[in-house]
Design a protein around this ligand. Sequence first.
Ligand SMILES: *Cc1c(COP(=O)(O)O)cnc(C)c1O
Length: 854
Amino acid sequence: MHPHLTFHVTPKLPERLEPLRQIVMNIWWSWEPEARGLFREINPELWHRVNHSPIRMLQLASQDRLVELSRDPDYLHRLDTTFRRFKTYLDRPDTYFKKRAADSPLNGPIAYFSAEFGFHESIPIYSGGLGILSGDHCKAASDLDLPFIGVTLLYRHGYFKQQINSDGWQEARELDQNFHQLPVEEVTINGKPLIIHVPMIHRNVAVKVWKMAVGRVTLYLLDTDVPENPHEDREITAQLYGGNKETRIQQEIILGMGGVRMFDALNIEPEVYHMNEGHSAFLSLERIRRRMASHNLSFRAALQVVAASNVFTTHTPVPAGNDAFSPNMMRHYFAGYCADSGISFDDFYTFGQATVHPDPDFSMTILALRTSRHANGVSALHGEVSREMWQNVWAGVPSSEVPISSVTNGVHTKTWLAPEFSRLFTKYLGDDWEDHITDTEFWGRVTNIPAEKLWSTHQHLKSRLVDFARERVRKQRKRNGETPDELRKVSKMLDRDILTIGFARRFATYKRATLLFSDEERLFKLLNHTERPVQFIFAGKAHPADDGGKAFIQKVIEFTRREGFCHRIAFIEDYDAYIGRRLYQGVDLWLNNPLRPLEASGTSGMKLPPNGGINLSVLDGWWCEAYNKKNGWAIGEEITDGDPTFQNHVDAASLYHLLESQIVPLYYTKPDGNLPLAWIQVMQESMKTVTPMYNTERMVTEYNERFYERAAKARSIFTPNDCAAAAALADWKNEIRRNWEQIRIDHVDVAVTDPLDVPVGDPVTVEARVHFGEVNPDHVSVEAYYGESDEHNIISPTIQPLERVEGPDQTGCLTYRGQIIPSDSGAFGLSVRVVPTSPHLVQAHELRRITWSH
Ligand SMILES: *Cc1c(COP(=O)(O)O)cnc(C)c1O
């Protein structure tokens, strides 16, 4: 008989287990394996079914089992210990920030905006690397105890679940989440749920605010699925990176502008805003609007305060990762904003465009760059690539001076570390190893871990991975209706004694997941060598709109079925943080072969070394700076902007060659018949060099000291006396811009007798005559720009201000003079340039005006 009604009966938590309820609602548990263990123990089978969600465990556990645990002294002891550690973590008095607070210019919080946050597999509001980075950033901000608040959207359907059908084609399944099954709570004010309203064209969209506790940090999540909204508005926050351009611009308005409004409603005034990728860049517009209203400022005066306290991180040189909207769409959504803000639409539109060769569309990356005085890429190489890529935003400024620096990404070590390795560190490095996570000298001690212990721990984790991969593949094939015979083959696939290489990432085509398959015969030999075989485990999702990426998945799947390959190649569907952990902790070697220089940083490879894994990677992103010739392997050449076909060819050849001639032999050489000693040395070198550098504690400390604190300081210069300094700076900039075109460098003279024979080290006098028109010469700097040169460029230039010596003459020209010293022999180039200067500029080139002698 079908029930008339169904409802869910939740268990009553026995009094003695109350601490579990507090632990559940703070995702501190996502990096504390002991805390997760308390929930797993309630019912290990259920634990897997609910994707390791502690909150679901408390909702679904049987009453009897909870009562039983509440009388189990051993369980209670562990519960109490874990709860005490949780409290100690929250109240710790000697954190980085508490020790620093007295000297730090930060008084208010840092507001960190990101479209996705990856904390744990049971909280599916992330799609890939960007989200995982935001999550790890947040966790480290909590560890360091920074005044830090995250802002994102709460997606009803999250990111899709991947299923591979029997044709090897990726299918996307939508989740439908009940937010009461996530560790989030409604934000209330005076007992009522907080709803804010975000103006959008001719209506106001209602947005509900949720919060989540991440250690000491709070994350706010915005949700438009509220009854007072019409259906289409309820759908705005339905899907992460779903829908069309229209959905995307609406999401970005809710995230950026809604986020700022939310702070207002909560009476919180962030001191610094950090945009993690351009999705949230509309926050600048809302901040400007508010500052104009509260201090009676012009758009550009308000911009000075806002930009001084904005930090922007760009994450990819790939065009699809840089959002842009058409002029019509922008007019549709922002004509009203422009009218309210007293700025013409055309003027407004330039904030999303380059100065020279502008694209017709409005770029969110450019908006973020134009409205932040602190910007960075995510590895040294990506910083360089970004300076070139966005150079046209700063017309005339050499790429080396484009104000985008870099902070190399990191990972939150404890989140990704196998508890087994954590125990090894405790035993052989000291139980305070977590306090030394960025201490390179400390990590030099990894050789204290006996080689056989390191190896056996690693092998244990590899066995677990092999079991896990088989189980997942069996499930997937069963769903696709494969015969029992086919299913039986799964238990013959993979082997823990074989060199195991992992490859898991988004199947964006530039990541070249199929590079390994470019020479099938060579691959076949590698896989099927009688004494020294190799095996591969793949995972990864393609964006639902990316058929190129899906075709790559299909190709991998095809090999997982092909005779001669199928026992050594596995694909695990629905890559998420959990599959990630199994892989990072279990494989011997991590393969990364993107088309250089398109991988801005990459972070998955950083998760391996603390777990004893090694990297085999193209010299792109973070690996370009981490590789030291002893801690892993580098694929191919350092080619930038090459022909992709040629690059594929070079990199594939190098990949096979490295495997055949170095990697495989090293792995299988066991001088004592037992341990691969030389391989273990590479493991140690990898652990020692990567762990202390490529973690989020180092990364967030850098963000704090190089950006957040500077941004807070810059802001504090502009805010006193109703932002008088900001208004003055805006007026000054307007005047300089109005008259700038009048500046001309009339004449440059170099006092050398023979330009073909200038002795190295001899000072050379440079003289320039500059016509200023109405520009006040006190407001500029006239500079010699010189150095070693090729036909087109001055390479690694020196910049030296010249001194005003004469003038103005009858024609209004002033003469400037200075001495330069050519420090090396060879072709030498010199230019003279004029740039505006003021002590109130936060960046040297923020006016984006520069005049060169030609
Ligand atoms: C670390 C991680 C990523 C990012 O890895 P990349 O190397 O940047 O591709 C993506 N997805 C998951 C689940 C991760 O854990």
